[in-house]
Design a protein around this ligand. Structure first.
Ligand code: DER
Length: 202
């Protein structure tokens, strides 16, 4: 199978594990330049999404998840390519530690990838939606854009908000993964004995 690979510390662990089982997969599609470099460093084949077609599986971490597996992602700034690769995959498996499971999304600032000339416009619109936008200083995405991190949101309806923010001119995409949520969430938890345990939702 061809596997879609996320971005971040969790995805990095997954890539390192994948290196030990290269023979079991045909190739990968990476959601960032950083993940592509790490995969190639292990000698794992990385395809352009346009030549890979439909992917069987996408594996990535998250910054927050609710019980419906709606996610906030983009802490690492790769949200747009992550959303593209997730959208091209039959199954999205999210791996995180149990501190990421929340009742209501929004405590983690919601990242939005914005075309630079629209920074002020998008910021004003996000204030109208109740958020407090902060420019991620000194950061440029793999697509050459900026990130606005939106603090202070209490995201009661993630699907509606994901759609609403994407309507603002200049927004490339936002870090809500609710229209296409994860299919499986694997949560790691440190048990009383000090050993790591894991359990899965769905
Ligand atoms: O930035 C991202 O979207 C990452 O995938 C994030 O959601 C998870 O990062 P982590 O594995 O470093 O916690």
């Amino acid at each position: 199978m061809v596997v879609g690979i996320g971005t971040g510390s969790t995805a990095n662990h997954f890539i390192d594990l994948l290196a030990g089982m290269k023979g079991k997969i045909d190739a990968t599609v990476a959601s960032s330049v950083a993940s592509a470099k790490r995969l190639q460093g292990h000698g794992i084949r990385v395809l352009d999404l346009n030549e890979a077609g439909q992917l069987s599986l996408y594996v990535d971490g998250a910054d927050e998840s609710n019980e419906h597996l709606h996610l906030v992602k983009g802490g690492g700034g790769a949200l747009t390519r992550e959303k593209i690769v997730a959208g091209a995959s039959e199954k999205f498996v999210c791996i995180a530690d149990d501190s990421k499971l929340v009742k209501v999304l929004g405590k983690f600032p919601l990242p939005i990838e914005v075309i630079p000339m629209a920074q002020a416009l998008v910021a004003r619109e996000m204030v109208k939606l109740g958020g407090n936008p902060v420019l991620r200083e000194g950061f440029t995405t793999d697509n050459g854009n900026i990130i606005l991190d939106i603090l202070g949101l209490e995201i009661i309806d993630p699907v509606a908000l994901e759609n609403r923010i994407n309507q603002i001119p200049g927004v490339v995409t936002n870090g809500l993964f609710a229209i296409r949520p994860a299919d499986v969430l694997i949560l790691g938890a440190l048990t009383v004995s000090g050993r790591w345990d894991k359990w899965a939702l769905r």
